[in-house]
Design a protein around this ligand. Structure first.
Ligand code: 6R9
Length: 574
């Protein structure tokens, strides 16, 4: 199994902090990382204190914490500013009786108020739940309902997608850029902030208290609430240092939205725990805007995703004309396999080696990475962080030798490991079914140098442009459409997006397979869930392959699509 990879790109001296990997592994102790935090003596923690207030108390309050820009706004905030804004919002929440353990969701585009309010939520010990602005009614309702969110911070436009009448536990809605409306139960964010005190004593928590929730997709059931605890900060801080290579004067830009775990672990926590300047770009992707962002703010460390790099590569050399990217020192990627061509493109046109990193919503932080300074094998996810043990196991938990493909597993525990799956103990247990290990759901192999190579997902989860999409959620929405009798959804390989969503559909009597109907069905999913969950391709079939118990066999659909043999059909219905 597997193949021998001869191509090795040597590490570069200017990023040499992890060149001696074996020594770093043998000398590593988590206790040494823990000592970096001010809670070490008191035993009590608060992420917002460690990420923001600590810098102010230690005399770094005037340093720039946040640079925000979009096509209309450009603003800078110091650590002192963020302390004040989050204190004010913390006080607003306390006035409404919201505090420790309450789930407070934030449904907003990337803008400064998202960051202020999220930090305010953390200050009072509540658990933050950031949602992508692209979510539509059903996706929003499912998440607020499952989490039992008591409060929401949103904008007037997005508020229209919140079915408040069906969410009895949602008692407080703060509207950014909208008026208070007592009759409607709406509170103006701006008015409340202006009236609130700028002084606040944070809620002091234990390492096991809640921090943040991210909903993510599996192959069955609705998205699950992955619940992270305060302890994760140890790993956010540490990986910020050794993987992102953050240093005090860095200007760091993570392109991810906080609706995705990368946008919080590495778009909020890691940079601010390390006290560096964090760039946030609002608005949509465009190669020119992105390059200009790097140039204008002198970005030194840049963390993005393969789809974005492929789109930048697609925009070609011409898009780099008159652009100066020489401020860059370190570039990283996460979310999907990073193609070797993209690494070579980075070498040639950015004079930067793109470093791939592997981790998941459930793991809370990076686990397998290409470190600064390390020799890179293009196409490999890299090696486990010092302090992390990774292995390839068969389904019964036996360790497999180099080059054998199997389950990518991580030795438990590590600091940023999820604390629970909200309201779903059984789902949580499934990840830990082999004693002592976390089973990731990815298949991979390890080579003789201990580098890991991603092979695919073991379940049916689709990865389109780095977004994890559960086929079940899309199928459930599809069958709500009056024309759809049955639907099966798979990921179809795609050069730009990694995979796209393809739906196989059988129609109800009286409906006919037309191009207009395809469009209408795709628009229906888009309006109910989100654009990224809508199928880009639809194929009508008279009948779908099902097991005798009635489950649609996605593996057969995939075989149809790829013109492969369908494999064992012994459980098929007819
Ligand atoms: C952080 C994040 C996790 C899934 C993961 C895997 C895929 C992530 C990858 C990668 C190949 C990499 N994935 N990083 N595949 N190479 N470097 O992405 O979290 O949205 O939960 O997705 O993404 O399949 O299991 P999440």
């Amino acid at each position: 199994m597997g193949q021998v990879h001869s191509e090795i790109l040597p590490g570069r001296a200017k990023q040499a902090n992890m060149a001696d990997y074996s020594r770093a592994v043998s000398e590593f102790r988590w206790e040494d990382v823990e000592k970096s935090f001010s809670w070490h003596e008191s035993g009590k923690v608060n992420m917002a204190h460690e990420a923001i207030d600590r810098h102010v108390l230690e005399g770094r309050g005037a340093a720039t914490a946040l640079i925000y820009s979009d096509s209309a706004r450009e603003e800078m905030y110091t650590f002192s500013d963020l302390r004040e804004q989050s204190n004010r919002f913390g006080n607003v929440l306390r006035q409404h009786g919201i505090g420790r353990g309450d789930r407070v969701f934030i449904f907003m585009p990337r803008r400064p108020e998202l960051y202020f309010s999220l930090l305010g939520v953390l200050k009072v010990g509540a658990v933050a739940g950031p949602l992508f602005e692209a979510f539509m009614e059903t996706a929003v309702k499912d998440r607020l309902e499952d989490s039992g969110a008591v409060a929401l911070i949103t904008t007037p436009e997005l508020l229209q997608r919140v079915k408040r009448a069906e969410l009895p536990e949602l008692k407080h809605v703060f509207v950014v850029g909208g008026p208070s409306d007592g009759g409607q139960g709406l509170i103006s964010y701006e008015e409340a902030m202006a009236a609130a005190s700028a002084e606040l004593e944070p809620e002091w928590l234990s390492l096991e208290d809640g921090l943040i929730m991210h909903y993510t997709s599996g192959s069955t059931g609705k998205p699950k609430g992955v619940y992270h605890v305060q302890r994760a900060m140890i790993q956010h801080y540490y990986t910020g240092k050794i993987v992102l290579d953050l240093r005090p004067d860095d200007i760091y830009w993570c392109t991810a939205d906080p609706g995705w775990v990368t946008g919080t672990s590495y778009g909020i926590f890691a940079p601010w725990l390390n006290g560096v300047t964090n760039v946030v770009r609002g608005g949509r992707f465009s190669p020119q805007d992105w390059y200009k962002t790097i140039e204008r703010f002198g970005v030194t460390v840049w963390y993005s995703a393969p789809t974005a790099f492929r789109m930048l590569m697609g925009a070609g050399e011409a898009s780099l004309k008159d652009i100066d990217l020489s401020s860059l020192r370190h570039v990283l990627s996460v979310g999907e396999p990073l193609n070797p061509e993209v690494v070579r493109w980075g070498d040639k046109f950015y004079q930067q080696r793109i470093h791939d990193t592997w981790w998941m919503t459930e793991t809370g932080a990076q686990l397998i990475c290409n470190y600064p300074g390390m020799d890179i094998k293009p196409g490999s996810m890299g090696r486990p962080l010092p302090g992390i043990e990774a292995a390839i196991l068969d389904d019964r938990g036996n360790l497999l030798p180099p080059y054998a493909m199997g389950n990518l597993a991580i030795r438990t525990p590590w600091p940023s490991m999820m604390g629970k799956i909200w309201n779903n103990e059984a789902k949580y247990e499934e990840y830990f079914r082999i004693p002592g290990w976390y089973i990731s759901g990815d298949s991979a192999y390890m080579d003789e140098d201990g580098y890991f190579w991603f092979q695919g997902r073991i379940d049916d989860v689709i990865n389109s442009s780095g977004e994890r999409i559960g086929p079940f959620e899309v199928e459930s929405k599809l069958v709500e459409h009056p024309a759809v009798a049955e639907a099966g959804v798979i990921g179809k390989p795609d050069v730009m997006r990694g995979e796209i969503i393809k739906a196989f559909i059988s129609l109800r009597d009286g409906y006919f397979p037309t191009a207009e109907l395809k469009e209408e069905i795709a628009a229906f999913v888009k309006a109910g869930l989100s654009a990224h969950a809508a199928p880009r391709e639809i194929e009508f079939r008279e009948k779908l392959p099902k097991t005798r118990s009635g489950k649609i066999m996605r593996r057969v659909l995939k075989a149809w699509e790829l013109h492969l043999p369908a494999g064992d059909l012994s459980t098929i219905e007819d």
